[in-house]
Design a binder for this molecule. Structure first.
Ligand SMILES: Nc1nc2c(c(=O)[nH]1)N[C@H]1C(S)=C(S)[C@@H](COP(=O)(O)O)O[C@H]1N2
Ligand SMILES: [Mo]
Length: 332
C-alpha cells in the first residue's frame, strides 16, 4: 500500500486534534439536548443519539475486529460525525442530510451478496460472512466527490481482488458490474423518479477487471472501527479512492463478472458529464464547474473555506499504469 507517511508525531497530533474537536462538538450537542441520556449509554452514542429528538429507532453499529492501518496518513482524518452526516445516497433522498435522517431503520441483516457471471465458482455471502470470509483491515483513503468536496476516511474492509479470486474469474471476464439493493419499501428514493433524483434504480456501477483487481480497490464493511452506518452504505460498499465518489457504490447485493462494459448510473443519467472511468483529474473540468480544487471537509468547522488543489488520480499515482496510452480527456 502506497500511502504517504509522515512523522508519527505529526500524524498523531492531527488525529488528537480531530478527536478533541469531535468531543467538544458532542459536548455542545449534549448541552443543547441533541444527544439523549439513553444514547449516551451506548457505545455508538454520537451516531445513535444525534438525530433522535423523537423516539425513532436508530441503526446500531458494532465494533469490528480488524488490523489497524499500519502506516499513518499524512492528512488529518475527517471527523466521524461529518463522515456519517454529510452523505450522497440518493436511495434515501438527494439532500446531504437526507441519508442520515431517512436510513436509520434500514434493515441489513439478513443480507445476501451474490458473486456471479463469468467465473468458475460463483458464490453468495450472507450477512455474517461479509465480516468473516476475509481478514479485515483498516485503510485510510481520501475520498473526492465529483461535486468538489473531499474527506479522509478510515475505512475497514478487504480487497475486492480477494473476493473476486474466490469466484475464480474466467479469462473472458473483462469487467465487473455492481448493483445496489433494490427495495423501494426500505429506500424511499426508489419509490419515484422525483424522490430519487431522476435515477433509474437499482444504482449500478462498473470497473474494468484490472481496476477491480488493483490492490487499492476496497470492499468496505466499516469505518472508524465499527460496522458501516446505513447512510454510508451498510453492510458492504465499494471504495475506489482514485475515482470520483459516485463509482463507490453502496449497499451492494450483486457483483457480476462480464465481458461487456456494464452500464453505470451517472453515465446513463448524463453521459457528457459523467464518464465510465471517472478518474479524479484536475485538468478535466465538469461541464458546469472546475475540478482543479476541492473543499476538504475536516475538523476546521462547518463553514470553513478549506480549499486544496485536486491531484491527478486523487494522489494515488500508483494507478497511472492502468491507463497508459489512453487519452484521459476522451475517456473521462
Ligand atoms: N447506491 C448508491 N451508491 C452511492 C451513491 C448513491 O446515491 N447511491 N452516491 C455516490 C456518491 S455521489 C458519493 S460521493 C459517495 C458518497 O459516500 P459517503 O456518503 O459514504 O461519503 O457514495 C456513492 N455511492
Ligand atoms: Mo459524489
Amino acid at each position: 500500500m502506497l500511502i504517504n507517511v509522515l512523522k508519527t508525531s505529526d500524524a498523531n497530533e492531527k488525529q488528537v486534534t480531530d478527536e478533541t474537536v469531535y468531543n467538544q462538538r458532542r459536548d455542545i450537542l449534549k448541552s443543547m439536548g441533541f444527544i439523549g441520556a439513553s444514547a449516551l449509554l451506548t457505545s455508538n452514542s454520537a451516531q445513535a443519539g444525534f438525530f433522535s429528538s423523537d423516539d425513532k429507532e436508530t441503526f446500531k453499529t458494532r465494533a469490528l475486529d480488524y488490523a489497524p492501518a499500519n502506516q499513518l496518513h499524512s492528512e488529518a482524518l475527517t471527523p466521524e460525525e461529518k463522515i456519517i452526516t454529510h452523505n450522497n445516497f440518493y436511495e434515501f433522498g438527494t439532500g446531504k442530510s437526507d441519508p442520515v435522517e431517512n436510513a436509520q431503520q434500514f434493515d441489513v441483516n439478513p443480507w445476501s451478496l451474490r458473486v456471479e457471471g463469468l467465473a468458475e465458482d460463483p458464490f453468495t455471502l450472507d450477512y455474517d460472512e461479509l465480516f468473516k470470509q476475509f481478514p479485515l483491515e483498516e485503510r485510510i483513503y481520501r475520498m473526492r466527490c465529483v461535486e468538489a468536496w473531499s474527506m479522509v476516511v478510515p475505512w475497514i474492509g478487504f480487497s475486492l481482488a480477494a473476493l473476486l479470486k474466490k469466484a475464480k474469474p474466467l479469462s473472458s471476464a473483462k469487467y465487473v458490474a455492481f448493483e445496489t439493493l433494490y427495495d423501494p419499501k426500505q429506500m424511499p428514493g426508489q419509490k419515484s423518479r422525483f424522490a430519487g433524483g431522476g435515477i433509474e434504480y437499482p444504482y449500478v456501477e462498473g470497473l474494468r477487471i484490472d481496476e477491480a483487481m488493483h490492490p487499492l480497490t476496497l470492499l468496505s464493511v466499516g469505518l472508524y472501527g465499527k460496522t458501516l452506518p446505513p447512510q454510508n452504505g451498510a453492510p458492504i460498499r465499494l471504495v475506489v479512492p482514485w475515482k470520483y465518489g459516485f463509482k463507490s457504490i453502496k449497499s451492494i447485493t450483486r457483483i457480476r463478472l462480464t465481458d461487456k462494459r456494464p452500464p453505470t448510473t451517472w453515465n446513463i443519467l448524463a453521459a457528457s458529464e459523467y464518464g465510465f472511468y471517472a478518474n479524479v483529474n484536475p485538468t478535466v473540468d465538469h461541464p458546469r464547474w472546475s475540478q482543479a480544487s476541492e473543499r476538504r471537509i475536516s475538523s476546521a468547522g462547518l463553514f470553513s473555506r478549506n480549499r486544496i488543489d485536486t491531484k491527478m488520480f486523487n494522489g494515488y499515482d500508483q494507478v497511472a499504469s492502468l491507463y497508459q496510452g489512453m487519452d484521459l480527456r476522451k475517456h473521462f
